[in-house]
Every structure is written in structure tokens, then in C-alpha cells.
Design a protein around this ligand. Structure first.
Ligand code: ZN
Length: 83
């Protein structure tokens, strides 16, 4: 057995990566954002963190755009809120 103090410190730092003593790693669910092609209507789910990366290059007020895998057109965030 490892010395108790060390183990406590270890779990304090990395305990969130374990479940019942087994390493589970980072298992946060991937959040996806729905994009829709403004040319052909194809919908595609883009992981949240990818959208964030695209956002860094944008000027204020600009929307993230991705390339449509179906037609090569422009995809933008789909408005999921009906209002
Ligand atoms: Zn398209």
C-alpha cells in the first residue's frame, strides 16, 4: 500500500478521473452544435470545442461558418430555438 498521505493527495488531484478505483479518464459528454447548410439544407453536428476554435478568428458579430460536406456550400449554426 502506498503511504496514506500520498494517496490522498493523488486522489485530490486526479480523483475525478476515477470511478470505483478504475481509471475512466475525462468522460465529459461531447456537446455538439447543429449546423445547417444554407445552400442545400444538409445538417451536420459539429463538436462544441471545434466551433469555439472557429470562433477565435471571427470579428465581432460574425457567425461561425463551416463547409458543407455535401455540396461545399456554407453551413451556419442552425437556429434550434423556434422563437
Ligand atoms: Zn450543402
Amino acid at each position: 500500500m502506498a503511504k496514506k498521505g500520498e494517496q490522498d493527495e493523488f486522489y485530490e488531484l486526479f480523483g475525478h478521473l476515477f470511478e470505483n478505483g478504475e481509471f475512466v479518464g475525462l468522460k465529459e459528454p461531447i456537446v455538439t452544435i447543429l449546423f445547417k447548410c444554407i445552400d442545400c439544407g444538409t445538417e451536420d453536428e459539429v463538436p462544441d470545442f471545434v466551433v469555439d476554435e472557429f470562433s477565435y478568428d471571427l470579428d465581432e458579430g460574425e457567425e461561425v461558418e463551416t463547409e458543407c460536406p455535401a455540396c461545399g456550400g456554407t453551413m451556419r449554426k442552425a437556429k434550434t430555438n423556434p422563437k
